[in-house]
Write a protein that binds this ligand. Structure first.
Ligand code: NDP
Length: 446
């Protein structure tokens, strides 16, 4: 490792002990940025890298609620307000039993660069709780969300901090959270994104992350004269991002052959068509069942406790969670002919897996660029809320496509090496950094 990166990381680890995912995210960015900062000393003198890795504010709070049996349950709530140099804090809320400070700091840190890449005026934040919505009744989820918002409401606002969904937070949860915010503040504002279409939501927002990751794959493929048409695609996850990536990939002529949840994955060599995708959507969004049922219904293979990367594919789109592709799986993907990875989830590839992709010089689109379509469309939702005027489906989709193309262009600008190889990791990290860093310098030591 570059000794400058090593020294910086020693400081980060000492200041943030035990926060492994946060260390991982910061190190990846530091490896891209430290050589760039050496060439641009104004960032070094202003200690931008040191400042950007320290949250502006971290809020941790108790979330007590009553379950259906009348028993008291206690969870922990978080909001990391990471950086507001270019706009109000913006980033999702995650509800999952694994949630802790380190995971949310990694997500908030990534969000700063991602939001900057979208070209929209949004700072970075992230939040959530270790509450597990799985197996809970709608009433329990509502009581949890109301309790969570009863503390969070004093820290957020349409011009201060605008949360959205993430793992475990979809339309149902945003509804409960918004209802409680409105009741406490007595105002109807765009304080959350991912809202229902009847009450301030944007068309295409639910689709945006999956669609955007697909558009990004298309842009990457086009640099080598390729496209999605006729390609075999492996997708992990079966939640919001995975569902709409599957839809858009199929629409553009690709064949998606896998779907997964935390228990295992299904392999459907004939491809997941529109009717089968409808089954997954009903299974996951309404009945809240397991992906195994797909195998039972369509008579395909189910792999318990496994991830989809053992299946031969041309393109891989991880859309479940962090660190879901390890070194061995990355090697297998490359060996099996996979030449493009577009990340729908945040930090799905371990550092070793990223190295495998970069060494093999395949098209590798890191999450902070490839999945930025979600937050970009949240930004478009904020714009429509401010104007009090909704855009049509076509208008939003067109803007989303333009934003994804521009993010790709930024990555090419900052990531193209002398050999012509586009290192999208460097491209996204440096491209996302410059705007935030310049704004921080302009605003003084704050
Ligand atoms: P959902 O909760 O809708 O779906 C998550 C999916 O991933 C589910 O199939 C879930 O399976 C699976 N999953 C979750 N945790 C694990 C785990 N530890 N191991 C294996 N599988 C797991 O979330 P989203 O689709 O919204 O988010 C997926 C990813 O995309 C996350 O990394 C998120 O940060 C990222 N992202 C989301 C955006 C959005 O707009 N929603 C925007 C940008 C990034 P199970 O049901 O069994 O838990």
């Amino acid at each position: 490792m570059d000794p400058r990166v090593q020294q910086f990381m020693a400081m980060i680890k000492a200041r943030n002990p035990g926060e492994n995912e946060f260390h991982q995210a910061v190190q990846e960015v530091a490896e891209s940025l430290i050589p760039f900062i050496e060439e641009n000393p104004k960032y070094k003198h202003a200690k931008i890298l040191e400042r950007i890795a320290e949250p502006e504010r971290t809020i941790i709070f108790r979330v007590p609620w009553l379950d259906d049996k009348g028993e008291v349950q206690i969870n922990r709530g978080f909001r990391i307000e990471m950086n507001s140099a270019i706009g109000p804090y913006k980033g999702g809320l995650r509800l999952h039993p694994t949630v802790n400070l380190g995971i949310l700091k990694f997500l908030a840190f990534e969000q700063v660069f991602k939001n900057s890449l979208t070209t929209l005026p949004m700072g970075g934040g992230k939040g959530g709780s270790d509450f597990d919505p799985k197996g809970k009744s709608d009433n329990e989820v509502m009581r949890f969300c109301q309790s969570f918002m009863s503390e969070l409401f004093r820290h957020i606002g349409a011009d201060t901090d605008v949360p959205a969904g993430d793992i475990g937070v979809g339309g149902r949860e945003i509804g409960f959270l918004f209802g409680q915010y409105k009741r406490l503040k007595n105002e109807f504002t765009g304080v959350l994104t991912g809202k229902g279409i009847e009450w301030g939501g944007s068309l295409i927002r639910p689709e945006a992350t999956g669609y955007g990751a697909t558009y990004f794959a298309q842009e990457m493929l086009s640099t080598r004269g390729g496209s999605l048409k006729g390609k075999i695609i492996s997708i992990s996850g079966s939640g919001n991002v995975a569902q709409f990536a599957t839809e858009k990939v199929s629409e553009l002529g690709g064949k998606v052959v896998t779907s997964s949840d935390s228990n295992g994955f299904i392999y459907d060599p004939k491809g997941i068509d529109a009717e089968k995708l409808n089954f997954i959507m009903e299974l996951k969004n309404v009945r809240r069942g397991r992906i195994k049922e797909y195998a039972e219904k369509y008579g395909v293979e189910y792999f318990e406790g496994k991830r989809p990367w053992i299946i031969k594919c041309d393109i891989a789109m991880p859309c479940a969670t962090q660190n879901e592709i390890n070194e061995e799986e990355a090697k297998l993907l490359v060996k099996n002919g996979c030449n493009c990875v577009s990340e729908g989830s945040n930090m799905p590839s371990t550092p070793e897996a990223v190295e495998v992709f970069l060494n093999a010089q395949i098209l590798y689109g890191p999450g902070k660029a490839a999945n930025a379509g979600g937050v970009a469309t949240s930004g478009l939702e904020m714009t429509q809320n401010s104007m009090r005027l909704p855009w049509s489906r076509e208008e939003v989709d067109e803007k989303l496509q333009t934003i994804m193309k521009n993010i790709h262009k930024t990555c090419v600008k900052y990531g193209t090496k002398d050999s012509g190889f586009i290192n999208y990791v460097d491209g996204a990290n440096i491209g996302g950094f410059v705007k935030v860093a310049n704004a921080m310098i302009a605003q003084g030591v704050v």
